[in-house]
Write a protein that binds this ligand. Structure first.
Ligand SMILES: [Zn+2]
Length: 714
């Protein structure tokens, strides 16, 4: 049984590291007394008693305990069973399930059910449905079809969550909450209904105060859009011409805010009713419709869902993307872990981890032997304090009946069953020191939601997306193996030796000042094309580009050029001397003022003009990468610049081997992960001890296909 004393007793260190309201890591200690007394890690499954005959609940709990898990997450889609008709609640079934799980020392994370409203709700209140970007209402029958602003939907979501919270506040075994499920992850991630329009107008009134200020900020004199009443302001829907860019960007911000404030209604209630429980929500790492910094700001820790197989499936659909120098599946997964850790600068939890073929109408490939283990280690290597496998058993009905779990449809062990069981056993044996050690990052990649959304509103080139640029830059710098945080523009830059900002399209004066202070104090700042083209109101700056950071960069942008058939060459020189490269879909043509030229365009009408420059500013360096470089050149350029900034891997590793470093208490550990389906040799630069076998390792070691080594360095 878990009680308050178990939670708080003897876990001061874990609390300090996790920084959570209640130390999640303490759960493992309290829930599996036999062999988990020393592990600061949640190892659980997502479980659906609502979809499983009650006659199997006891067997499930017994099998889970035998499997070695510490916790489950349950109930996040069970609204119809909890509230069969409005105001009539039934939690007896859920209580019976919780009691059985608790009897087997399995802790319970409860999900509030607002992502899937029951049919009675949408029949009684049809106005709660979301309206899509074409102005058409969504229909009930799936999930996540509701408007985050709608007051009726909010009232009913809060009512069922409150009743649930009051019922389970003191129930033994319940340790925390997941609010809702994957906010905005639907076919239509933005709502355009009349409630949202009114909410948007209120939000604008609060943001701008006066209409004059708003009219100026958006430049509404264009196309005769001057507003004389907030109630006149429209939604950015189809209108015979593109919407005002300032309005469209503010609408993205408003929709992000609407989802965050929807979540915070339930959070405020849970803090009051269940003060001993932790509270989080689960998003998907690279889903960018909500500003995740805002989403997780008041939650106890970041949790998100991780399905590497979807990246693989997606790449297969877009075969052209395979021609890159970095490993796209490794990169996308690693980057989403680094986003998850960086949002709060603390350990995170994978709320759903792929455990088999996954998907609805189509599914990703069956993970190959070793991949499930590898993905779990990868999460831990990047700072996870918990991994929940999705899901325990596989549903035999419903839209996700092919989303395969740890048990097959006939309840036989899935192809990944033994591997996951073995992985859980291994992780429990790794020891507290390594699991509580810190992931240290010398480099940071800036991820800016404003730039992302502004580029979605005006891509400027049909192939240009913010996410693809960020992923390419992250993939190019990640072979430095020295730790990368993925930060928002307002974050503190001082901890890093190098900060890179791909496609930094929207830049405020305040953000420019942060960059100025960072470089002046000795930091290295590397910016991609379209630097500082727009201010925070999505207006183009009236000064020569790169606008507010021209003094730092020491250049002026002579012209910015979308490229289609023409692919200019790029000739490197000086500190970047090396093989010629090629410019892809965009070229900022640079005119150095105080900066030195490190590369020029070598063909096209801009031949001989600067493509990359470096400026000394204060004690630091500011580099402008004006060309959309080919992947090989981008990797070489960013790694060369990182090395000059003192960011360099402690060992040479073949492509496809990922390494993370963790340190604490004067000790260092490395996680070496082979993301390739064949064995690879690694030459260790320093001797170490294999944490799993206790054997000394030095010189050349072999990592098996998808193999992992965790070494304590001597
Ligand atoms: Zn709406």
């Amino acid at each position: 049984m878990i009680n308050r004393r178990d939670f708080l007793g003897g876990t001061v260190a874990a609390l300090a590291v996790a920084g959570s309201r209640h130390p999640v890591w303490a759960l493992a200690r309290t829930t599996a007394p036999n062999d988990a007394s020393m592990i600061p890690l949640l190892l659980g499954v997502d479980y659906y008693p609502d979809q499983t005959p009650e006659s199997l609940w006891e067997e499930d709990a017994r099998m889970m305990a035998d499997f070695g898990i510490t916790n489950v997450r349950i109930a996040e889609f069970a609204w119809a069973l909890m509230e069969p008709s409005e105001g009539k609640f039934d939690f007896a079934w859920l209580k019976r399930s919780v009691d059985i799980l608790n009897k087997h020392n399995i802790a319970i994370i409860l999900g509030t059910p607002s992502a899937s409203p029951p049919p009675w709700l949408t029949v009684t209140y049809p106005e709660v449905v979301e309206v899509d970007a074409q102005g058409l209402p969504l229909h009930p029958g799936g999930r996540r079809f509701t408007c985050p602003t709608n007051k009726t939907y909010r009232r009913l979501s809060l009512a069922v969550a409150s009743q649930m919270a009051r019922t389970f506040a003191e129930t033994p075994g319940v340790v925390g909450w997941q609010i809702d499920n994957e906010l905005t992850l639907s076919g239509s991630p933005r709502c355009y209904c009349n409630f949202c329009r009114a909410g948007f107008q209120d939000w604008l009134r609060a943001k701008y105060g006066k209409l004059d200020t708003l009219n100026q900020a958006w430049g509404t004199v264009f196309w005769s859009q001057t507003y004389t009443d907030f109630a006149q302001i429209p939604l950015p829907l189809s209108s015979g011409g593109d919407p005002n860019p300032g309005l469209a960007l503010d609408y993205d911000r408003y929709q992000s805010y609407a989802n965050v404030s929807f979540l915070e209604e339930q959070l405020t209630m849970l803090r009051k009713v269940c003060p001993r429980h932790f509270v989080t929500t689960n998003n998907v790492g690279l889903v960018d419709y909500i500003n995740q910094r805002d989403l997780y700001a008041k939650l106890d820790f970041v949790a998100f869902d991780n399905y590497p197989g979807f990246f693989k499936m997606h790449l297969h659909q877009q075969a052209k993307s395979e021609n890159v120098t970095w490993d796209p599946v490794l990169t996308s997964t690693a980057m989403s872990h680094d986003i998850g850790r960086s949002l709060q600068g603390r350990p995170f939890v994978i709320m759903e981890e792929q455990s088999g073929k996954a998907g609805q109408r189509m599914f990703s490939p069956q993970p190959e032997k070793g991949q499930l283990r590898l993905w779990t280690y990868q999460a831990v290597a990047h700072g996870a304090m918990g991994v929940n496998y999705f899901r325990w058993d596989t549903a035999t009905f419903g839209a996700e009946e092919y989303w395969h779990g740890i048990l097959n449809h006939d309840r036989s062990p899935s192809p990944g069953f033994d591997e996951i069981k073995q992985t859980i056993k291994e992780l429990k044996a790794l020891g507290r020191e390594v699991l509580e050690s810190q992931y240290v990052a010398d480099a940071a990649v800036i991820f800016d939601y404003d730039s992302d959304w502004a580029v979605q509103i005006q891509p400027q080139h049909y192939q240009l997306t913010y996410m693809s640029q960020v992923t390419a830059w992250y993939g190019a710098i990640s072979p430095s193996h020295t730790g990368i945080d993925v930060i928002v523009p307002g974050a503190e830059l001082a901890p890093y030796k190098i900060v890179v900002a791909p496609l930094p399209y929207v830049l405020s004066e305040a953000q420019a000042q942060k960059i100025r202070e960072f470089v002046r104090a000795g930091g290295t700042f590397v910016a991609g094309f379209r630097l500082g083209a727009k201010n925070e109101f999505s207006q183009i700056v009236r000064t020569p580009l790169p606008g507010p950071v021209r003094d730092i960069m020491g250049v002026t942008v002579e012209d910015y050029v979308p490229l289609y058939w023409e692919k200019p060459g790029v000739k490197f020189s000086g500190a970047l001397a090396g093989p010629d490269g090629q410019c892809g879909i965009w070229a900022d043509v640079l005119k150095p003022e105080t900066a030195e030229v490190l590369a020029t365009y070598s063909s096209s009408e801009h031949s001989g003009k600067a493509a990359i420059t470096r400026n000394s500013f204060g004690k630091g360096k500011a580099i402008y990468v004006g060309a959309d470089l080919d992947p090989a050149s981008l990797s070489r350029v960013l790694q060369t610049l990182a090395a000059s900034a003192g960011v360099q891997s402690m060992m040479e590793l073949p492509r496809g081997i990922e390494m993370t470093v963790r340190q604490g208490g004067g000790k260092r550990w490395i996680f070496l992960m082979n993301q390739k389906p064949e064995p690879q040799a690694v030459k260790l630069a320093k001797p170490g001890t294999d944490l799993l076998t206790g054997q000394a390792r030095s010189g050349e070691i072999e990592l098996s296909a998808y193999g992992v080594q965790v070494l304590r360095l001597s």
